[in-house]
Design a protein around this ligand. Structure first.
Ligand SMILES: Cc1cc2nc3c(=O)[nH]c(=O)nc-3n(C[C@H](O)[C@H](O)[C@H](O)COP(=O)(O)OP(=O)(O)OC[C@H]3O[C@@H](n4cnc5c(N)ncnc54)[C@H](O)[C@@H]3O)c2cc1C
Length: 414
């Protein structure tokens, strides 16, 4: 049966959901508070140059990507040739057990707010946790050959990093014996571990342009898009009521795709223990080499960097480096990154006039104590008109697959 569905938030999850729901004949609107669609997938302009804001590659070999590419074809697909990778299928590991909610507010808040990790290593950091979480983490890492004393304390801070840190014993041993691990850097060529032909994609001219084009296509498919329109949640008898320009929007279902913190706080009338996890991103154009996109995940205790990304936008090769030390000098960060790349036999130079840096809000982190509160909220609103984005998921594909599953359970799609 045709339903009137309102999607609050026009990030990638909201947009992809709208396409699916619309194809099943529903009346779909997207309401976005910012000027443009795209959410965290945006670019940053600096003089004449455009840089990506954070690492924002799209997964390729998934159904939702094909659906998106049908609408806006100009997505550059490339091979992800560097960076360690682990196939998690053989491990009995559920990210919800300890991924984002593993954070203990009191222990972590101060470090993050002071832009500094006090812990000397990952072992040191894990040691601070309550016994139950500590044992989960130790069990998790015991499947790997990772030496917790050698690895940076920042690692568990990122779900992605903790995932890739789980490297199968045999592989790491083999790499060590063949001297393919460079110094104490746990940055390994992906194809040295598995022969996965991993592919990712970026829009040719950046995300801003991509989402402008996507918006036109969505509107052509009769999806209504409202930007510069922030929804303030109002709860009435356990149901969410929304209004735009003081006019109530009638609906059969609301999908709240943006960050749910505010929504939950309003419902429970109390503050949640959550905090924003920020990283520093330093970008520059690369002068001396036309490169294919590459990506390096760094686990070194001696480096502040945790990710180095090489990519092209408008055919200009760029370097993007992410680290946890917010006050760091841009040049130091770039030079350190170039030093690491040199170990991978990539000799690059950056162009000084294009250096730019910005702080990125990666996500709000809910804490262990909040997990219960959120579950209460979910129970109480179970039969309401509300759906929202899976709060424990981090990656796009994971989020999209979960929400499509929920749509199926509600018979909104097949
Ligand atoms: C720096 C960085 C790097 C990342 N790297 C990767 C990666 O490599 N791979 C990966 O899979 N994932 C990555 N992620 C995570 C991934 O980007 C996110 O999971 C996903 O893109 C989030 O999309 P979203 O639509 O859920 O949320 P968002 O992009 O946050 O979109 C939510 C939208 O809702 C809007 N909104 C919120 N509240 C309201 C309101 N009240 N009224 C109206 N509109 C509202 C917001 O303005 C926003 O546009 C990264 C994230 C960051 C920040």
């Amino acid at each position: 049966m045709k339903k009137k569905i309102v999607i609050v938030g026009g990030g990638i999850i909201g947009c992809v959901s709208a396409i699916y729901l619309n194809r099943y004949g529903h009346d779909v609107s997207i309401i976005e508070k910012s000027e443009n669609l795209g959410g965290v997938l945006t670019d940053q302009k600096f003089n004449q140059d455009i840089f990506l804001k954070g690492t924002q590659y799209l997964d390729v070999n998934v159904e939702w990507f094909r659906v998106l590419k049908e609408l806006v074809p100009d997505l550059n697909i490339f091979d992800y040739s560097y960076g360690s990778y682990t196939n998690l299928n053989s491990f009995n590991f559920n990210s919800e057990d300890f991924a984002i909610p593993v954070f203990n507010f009191d222990l972590e808040k101060e470090n993050i707010q002071n832009n500094h990790y006090q812990y000397k290593s990952l072992a040191d950091r894990i040691n601070q946790y309550p016994e139950d979480i500590k044992s989960q983490l130790i069990k998790f890492f015991s499947n790997s050959e990772i030496d917790l004393n050698k690895i940076s304390s920042a690692c568990v801070g990122n779900l992605g990093i903790s995932r890739v840190a789980l490297i199968k014993n045999e592989n790491l041993k083999k790499l060590k014996s063949e001297n393919k691990i460079i110094d104490d850097l746990y940055a390994i060529k992906r194809n040295e571990i598995y022969n996965h032909n991993l592919q990712y994609a970026l829009p040719k001219n950046g995300f801003t342009e991509f989402f402008l084009r996507l918006r036109k296509k969505l509107e052509k498919e009769n999806i209504k898009v409202f930007t510069n329109s922030r929804i303030f949640p109002e709860w009435k008898n356990g149901n969410l009521e929304i209004a735009l320009n003081n006019k109530k929007i009638n609906n059969d279902c609301i999908f709240w795709s943006g960050n749910p913190t505010h929504l939950i706080q309003k419902f429970l009338d109390s503050k949640l223990d959550s905090f924003v996890f920020r990283t520093l991103q330093v970008n520059a154009n690369i002068e001396n080499l036309k490169i294919k996109e590459r990506f390096i995940q760094v686990y070194s205790k001696s480096s502040k960097i945790f990710r180095i990304n090489l990519y092209n936008l408008n055919n200009i090769p760029k370097i993007g480096v992410e680290c946890f030390f917010h006050k760091e000098d841009s040049k130091n960060i770039l030079n350190e990154a170039l030093g690491i790349l040199k170990k991978f036999k990539l000799e690059l130079k950056y162009s000084e006039t294009t250096i730019n840096k910005n702080l990125i809000n990666r996500f709000d982190i809910f804490t262990i104590s909040d997990k219960q509160t959120i579950e209460q909220f979910l129970q109480k609103t179970k039969n309401s008109n509300l759906l929202f984005s899976p709060w424990t998921s981090y990656g796009r594909t994971e989020k999209i697959e979960k929400i499509l599953d929920n749509f199926k359970k509600l018979n909104l799609i097949n």
